[in-house]
Design a protein around this ligand. Structure first.
Ligand SMILES: NC(=O)c1ccc[n+]([C@@H]2O[C@H](COP(=O)([O-])OP(=O)(O)OC[C@H]3O[C@@H](n4cnc5c(N)ncnc54)[C@H](O)[C@@H]3O)[C@@H](O)[C@H]2O)c1
Length: 451
């Protein structure tokens, strides 16, 4: 669409985006929002970050980072280019585009907890002005943008604006779109700019504006017809992973019984040049996406009298994996005439996947809790976490122990296969190693039990 075809408020925003003059407000400066803010700053946009966590705001203003893979030099570079952080929502009115990247967890009944999105939109809405573009990036069920975001914006904004809809004159309206985030923490094999960005606006102008905005950052922007399509596409991506991981986890359990090496099986199957993508078994799902997002859809499906059986079954298999690991530790100790009760177990790696500083939903936390419940004396080591204190679910109160006295533990349990570990040395020193990740691949030792 050319600028000439755009209505006036959209046209001037479009031009400001093209000139890198549009002011970008990023709300929620976590794993998704902070890198996005830095990307906009790098491209020369004036960026203001918003967060309710005052410590994060203070760190950023001091040029410090709180995310391992975001070096402080990047923050300082962005600061030099004018990047600021604040907790003051009244500054939303000064922005051209506002992108919301706040958490979307599950509540204690494993139902979508949209309280962060709701409270953010409620805080933003009073300050929205005609011609602004509001984009939701938080992962959520299809319908959230239309059913939750739009009504709050229209009910609460002081300027009395409506959200632009197809077939209505856009003058005096706010443009709203959804665009899912496709971050893969720890994956350096693909540059962020090369990951295509999907956008779906409430109306065609919103889609076009969001496309123009993201085209400044990403090499390819894929537009879809509605926010619901964009919301559903993100869930499809994550459900695809969740279901395939469950499949391979179940296959692993069978392979263990049959004495077949599942990892060798996957390697062999991966040589097929078409129609197969490898997924790997592990101690259970972790992170803010795969264990959570699918349940946003199964919850929504129930409103339509529809049961998402694949999601429920995958959830059942994946959540059983930490229990399987604890059983494997028990069996390995038993084979050495030792009970779990009273044994010293060292858990290696607690982040939910290797080489990242993210503990959210990590299976390691469940495994530690289960082992403790059976009387094991559990310690842990992880280069990213000096302490494990109170989290969303657990209050473990543990301190990272040094890696020096491995022989003192009845069992060393590899939960997360960080690259910094010397697995050969670990096997040499330990009495018994239970390996949930095939980190000891190629090491032939009767001390190693793979599970
Ligand atoms: N982390 C990932 O790898 C990833 C990948 C794809 C999608 N997502 C999705 O992106 C969204 C954000 O995830 P994240 O990992 O960045 O979360 P996060 O917890 O790392 O960061 C969220 C930030 O939002 C802030 N916040 C909460 N409520 C706020 C409010 N009312 N106003 C301003 N700030 C507020 C928090 O203080 C925090 O800094 C989620 O929906 C998640 O599912 C995450």
């Amino acid at each position: 669409m050319t600028t000439a075809l755009l209505a006036r408020p959209a046209q001037s925003l479009f031009e400001r985006i093209q000139d890198r003059k549009s002011k970008i407000g990023i709300i929620g400066l976590g794993y998704v929002g902070l890198p996005l803010a830095l990307l906009f700053a790098e491209e020369g946009f004036p960026v203001l970050g918003f967060d309710i966590d005052t410590q994060k705001v203070q760190s950023l203003m001091a040029g410090e980072s709180y995310i391992y893979r975001v070096p402080k030099t990047e923050i300082q570079l962005a600061r030099d280019k004018g990047f600021h952080a604040t907790g003051d929502y009244s500054r939303v009115s000064d922005m051209d585009a506002i992108v919301i990247c706040v958490p979307t967890p599950l509540d204690e009944h494993r139902q979508p907890d949209l309280s962060y999105v709701r409270s953010t939109v409620e805080s933003v809405a009073p300050h929205l002005c005609p011609g602004q573009l509001l984009i939701l990036e938080s992962t959520t069920y299809p319908g959230t943008t239309d059913e939750l975001v739009v009504p709050i914006v229209e009910r609460m904004n002081r300027a009395g604006c409506r959200v632009a809809r197809n077939g209505e004159p856009p003058a005096g309206n706010i443009f709203v779109a959804f665009s899912p985030e496709r971050e893969d923490p720890g994956n350096d094999s693909i540059a962020r700019k090369d990951v295509p960005k999907v956008v779906g606006g409430v109306d065609a102008l919103a889609t076009e504006l969001a496309r123009a905005l993201y085209a400044a950052l990403f090499h390819r922007v894929v537009t879809v017809s509605t926010p619901a399509v964009a919301e559903m596409s993100k869930l499809l991506e994550n459900i695809y992973r969740c279901v395939n991981i469950a499949l391979v986890n179940e296959l692993k359990l069978l392979c263990l019984r049959m004495g077949i090496d599942i990892w060798e099986v996957i390697d062999a199957a991966s040589t097929k040049p078409f129609g197969f993508q490898p997924f790997y078994p592990g101690p259970g799902l972790g992170g803010h996406c795969i264990p959570i997002d699918p349940f946003y859809l199964s919850w929504k499906a129930r409103q339509w009298d529809f049961q998402m059986r694949f999601i429920e079954l995958a959830g059942e298999i994946n959540t059983a994996m930490p229990h399987h690991v604890v059983e494997a530790v028990g069996a390995a100790l038993n084979s050495r005439n030792k009970p779990v009760n009273g044994s010293r177990v060292l858990v290696l790696g607690v982040s939910y996947k290797k080489d990242i500083d993210d503990l959210r939903e990590s299976p390691a936390l469940t495994i530690i809790e289960l082992l403790r419940a059976q009387g094991a004396a559990v310690s842990y080591h992880d280069p990213f976490f000096p302490v494990l204190d109170k989290g969303r679910k657990y209050n473990l109160q543990l301190k990272c122990v040094p890696l020096e006295t491995l022989a003192a533990y009845e069992c060393v349990l590899i939960v997360t296969d960080h690259s910094s570990y010397d697995y050969g040395d670990i096997v040499r020193q330990a009495q018994l190693v239970v390996d949930t990740r095939n980190a000891t691949r190629g090491i032939n030792s009767s001390k190693v039990v793979r599970c």
